[in-house]
Design a protein around this ligand. Structure first.
Ligand SMILES: *Cc1c(COP(=O)(O)O)cnc(C)c1O
Length: 300
């Protein structure tokens, strides 16, 4: 069934990590690799496929026809989910933070074209997105819809994300990935046995992000070999100072790997800085996880 779902959605085969060929200060002191999950699909890209995979499989198998989910006006999650729902004939109702009705973003225009029903809510209503009473109301209103939380980050997401690690044939000392709502990091932590998992916070969320990740980890989790770094958010979510956009452009020119400033730009910027500062033991094997999300760059 999973094969059928992947082929319906035209998901590409998993790519093994490749060496990151780049001349950063001190990069010769490390063994640096990149895993290109951005290549999994042009729209259902990167970690969004990993996180949604088994949730979508269950919904597809149970022949559910209605999903409600949440996101901001540039959400990669809503974009990926809306496209998948369009392909699978599932009605998606998107609860969007803020009123973009007069000025829809490219992302919102896409999902509207794919048949998503969009509901704009104010910040206060959006804050209720995880509250049981509010979710019960939504479930009633939307025909017993399946509710998928913001970012697709839920317990059911961990297995799909964990496959990033279980499918590796080499081991690494460090795996570094961006953190937004925490599902990706939680999946990596729950599956990793050797590598230290290092998250790069993309928003101002010291304490909050650790809490989000911890909430998603199963009670049985015993892996504490992880941390989130908070000095690379560049002022907050989707903030794009010139230093960051210039870095993204230069990185893409040098490596031919497309990145954007919201997630992957911050990841690779952080990697460069940490390597330059020799923040890892010499000769460490470091895997940088490119989580995709290139559609977000259109709004920049
Ligand atoms: C959503 C997203 C993330 C954040 O992942 P979380 O599981 O929400 O922490 C990272 N990178 C990209 C490209 C994303 O779209």
């Amino acid at each position: 069934m999973l094969k059928k779902l992947s082929s319906l959605l035209e998901i590409n085969a998993d790519q093994a990590p490749s060496r990151l060929d780049i001349d950063w200060p001190s990069s010769e002191k490390y063994d640096i690799w990149v895993k290109r999950d951005d290549l999994l699909h042009p729209i259902i890209s990167g970690n969004k496929w990993r996180k949604l995979k088994y949730a979508l499989l269950a919904i597809y198998q149970q022949k559910q026809t209605s999903i409600v989910s949440f996101g901001g006006g540039h959400s990669n999650h809503l974009h990926a989910l809306a496209y998948a729902c369009h392909k699978l004939n599932i009605q998606l109702s998107a609860i969007v933070r803020g009123d973009y009705s007069r000025n829809p973003t490219p992302m919102l225009k896409d999902i509207a074209a794919w048949g998503t029903d969009i509901y704009y809510v104010d910040k206060k209503t959006y804050q209720k997105r995880d509250e049981p009473d509010y979710l019960a109301q939504l479930k009633q209103r939307f025909k017993q819809a399946i509710i998928i939380p913001e970012g697709g980050s839920q317990a059911a997401a961990l297995e799909g994300v964990g496959e990033i690690i279980s499918q590796l044939t080499d081991s690494f000392d460090y795996i570094i990935a961006p953190v937004g709502s925490g599902g990706t990091l939680a999946g990596l932590i729950a599956t990793s046995s050797v590598a230290r998992i290092v998250g790069i916070g993309v928003l101002k969320g010291q304490g909050y992000l650790e809490q989000q990740v911890t909430k998603l980890l199963p009670c049985s989790n015993t892996n504490h070999n992880w941390e989130i770094l908070h000095q690379y958010h560049f002022g907050g979510y989707a903030k794009q100072p010139v230093e960051l956009t210039a870095f993204c452009a230069q990185f893409t020119e040098q490596t031919k790997i497309p990145i954007e400033p919201v997630y992957s730009g911050k990841l690779f910027f952080a990697a460069k800085d940490l390597i330059q500062k020799q923040a890892f033991p010499l000769n460490s094997r470091i895997l940088l996880l490119h989580t995709g999300g290139l559609q977000g760059a259109r709004s920049c």
